[in-house]
Every structure is written in C-alpha cells, then in structure tokens.
Design a binder for this molecule. Structure first.
Ligand SMILES: N[C@@H](CCC(=O)N[C@@H](CS)C(=O)NCC(=O)O)C(=O)O
Length: 256
C-alpha cells in the first residue's frame, strides 16, 4: 500500500473511533507479570481492548493471530477458546476472551488513580456505537493485518512503542500481525496537552517536556524526544523510528 494512502486511511480509522486510545492515565498500575493478549489487528473487538490498554497506560505482550496463521491454530488447541481477543493475566490466574470480559478485568484490577473520560461503554447505546465505529475503522483499512502471510519466525519478541490511535503506528502493528510476530507493546499514550500532535509539531510553543517519572519521560531521557512508532528488535539489534522505515525493515527481515 502506498505510504501516504496507508497513513491517511489509518488517520480516518482513528477518527471513526473518535480518537479513543490516545489519552493515557497519568499514573499506571503496571502488574508484575506482563499481561498477554492474543489478538488480531483489524478485528473490531480486539481494538476495544487495545484502546483500554492504552488508556490505562498498560504494557502487554501481543501474540497476533491473523486468519489462516499457525498462532491461531495453536491458541485454539491451548485454551480451547475460539473467540478473539483472548487475554491471559498470570497475576490473577485469569484467562478470558471477548472485549467486554477483558475490559472489565482490566478496570477491576488496573484502573489507575485518575481515570480518563468515558473509558467503557456505560449503556447499550454506547456499546452499539463502539461496535459500529470500530467496524467502520476496520473497513477503511481494507482488511490490512487480518490475514497471515508466510514469514520467518523471530526467537525473541520484538518491542514496539506505540499507542492505539496513532495513525503511524497502526500500519506497523498490522504488519507485525500479518507476519505473526510476537511483540511487547509499550503503550505511551498522551498525558498532557504538550504531548498532542506529531513529534515535530507539538501543540505547545514551549520546549517539550513530558510529565516527570512516566514512561514518556524515560523515553525522552533516552532519545531526546518522544515519537511513535519506535521499534526495537533484540534478534538483530536493530532499532528505529519512522513508520515507513519500520515497515520496510519488517518486510525485508521477516516476510518470506
Ligand atoms: N514520520 C513519523 C511520524 C510519527 C509521529 O509523528 N507520530 C506521532 C504519533 S501519531 C507522535 O509521535 N507524536 C508525538 C507524541 O506522541 O509525543 C513516522 O512516520 O513514524
């Protein structure tokens, strides 16, 4: 897909979802054992879970399960559950499936001290709205990331800094999904006005400063700015910014 078209439809997808999965809580209740999600990009139910993970500022190990892939086959054997998303929380010995059950679990155990607005559908109308808008967001992406492709497997999980609504990070997650590459998703959603906008055009005239003692702050200390997507591959020691470069890297390293 042409990159400009790719980013434009990704932007539309986030707009259909009213930019849910952008704002993250200012504090985080990160569990000791990293949460695990078996999901599929482009699946409307899976998106709702990833939005909540961004908003609660939680990191997660994602094992993508595209249609026709071996991950899905293994998963069905392992848990005897058919419906994605499937979620594993070893901190509470919980395995559950479906966005509603997973989001309730996340809120029950990991809600941070300050809750972002309207994180969960409070009534039937908003649940219907979530369902319809999330499906629309999938349609505009023309099924990107939903079907498995032949790929080389990675020994170690890749690491992706992202947040759910990022139009630049979505195509990268879709590619990781198609190639069935497990990755650690480090969510760094926006926590203040100064975080808004692209990294090179922030909504502030002052020099950028993330909130202190946050994941963004840690990232900033290391790289001198905050920009997503950022991919690290411990298998090859590659690390890079820029969605287009990351897509090329994944294609040339892992696609067969
Ligand atoms: N040219 C970059 C643009 C990346 C970019 O601007 N990402 C936005 C998020 S969509 C960002 O990092 N904004 C700054 C922030 O979140 O602090 C790419 O293609 O990856």
């Amino acid at each position: 897909m042409n990159h400009i078209f790719n980013i434009s439809t990704s932007l539309l997808a986030s707009t259909y979802r009213f930019w849910r999965g952008t704002v993250a809580s200012k504090t985080v209740n990160q569990p000791e054992d990293t949460l695990i999600l078996f999901d599929r990009e482009g699946d409307s139910d899976c998106r709702l879970v990833r939005e909540v993970l961004t908003e609660l500022n939680l990191d997660v190990i994602i094992t993508p399960c595209p249609v026709g892939g071996k991950n899905l086959e293994q998963l069905q054997k392992q848990f005897n559950l058919r419906q994605l998303p499937i979620f594993v929380d070893n901190n509470h010995q919980v395995v559950c499936s479906g966005s509603k059950a997973i989001c309730h679990h996340l809120f029950k155990h990991y809600q941070a001290s300050r809750q972002p607005n309207k994180l969960l559908s409070s009534n039937q109308f908003s649940a219907l709205k979530d369902g319809v808008t999330s499906k629309l967001a999938s349609c505009i992406r023309l099924g990107a990331g939903t079907k498995a492709r032949k790929s080389r497997q990675a020994d170690l999980p890749l690491i992706l800094y992202s947040f759910e609504s990022s139009p630049y990070a979505r195509p990268v997650r879709e590619k990781l999904c198609e190639l069935e590459l497990t990755y650690i998703l480090i969510n760094i959603g926006k926590q203040q006005i100064a975080d808004m906008g692209p990294a090179k055009m922030r909504w502030t005239l002052k020099p950028y400063q993330p909130l202190p003692n946050t994941k963004r702050d840690e990232f900033y200390q290391q790289y001198g700015n905050v920009q997503v997507p950022y991919l690290m591959d411990p298998n090859t020691k590659a690390a890079m910014f820029e969605s287009e470069a990351i897509l090329c890297y994944l294609e040339s390293t892992y696609a067969l």
